[in-house]
Design a protein around this ligand. Sequence first.
Ligand code: OFO
Length: 172
Amino acid sequence: MLSEKMQAALNAQVNMEFNAFYTYLSMSAHFENQGFRGFAAWLRHHATEENGHAMKLYDYLNERRGKVTLKALGDPPTEWADTVSVFEDALKHEQKVTASINRLVDLAYEERDHATASFLQWFVDEQVEEEAIVDAVLNDLRRVGDFGPGLFMLDNQLGAQTPAEAATGDAT
Ligand code: OFO
């Protein structure tokens, strides 16, 4: 049985993951509008991954006989100055999620809730990968700068990734 505190904390994480879905989808829409179909596809795939993270927590709450309580989502950002800023925001976002997951793990240990600590380990590992793949794209973008042909190539490269490659960063 989950404690009330743990249930509330897991529900807050569900909300954070759905907000991440919304944010990445907004980033994808931004790139669609700018004609960067590769960046758009890559971010749309990531939005889907965030939805998956939210649902993984949702299912866990139900499995432990907790109550899922969905909350409103905030307005996502919709405008960015340039391509680099989008991915800088994405990296900041992932770092915030990592900190939040770490706090959840701390709480699980404090409460001696070993099942939740074990469940959360998947998220701990996932965050290492999530930060790394966003950071890799950001590095490429910083190298390319405003150089049009470079951006075109990177857009094509990300757009050509399969969902599995986009999820693990194997082809970046
Ligand atoms: Fe991007 O990992 Fe969930 O939020």
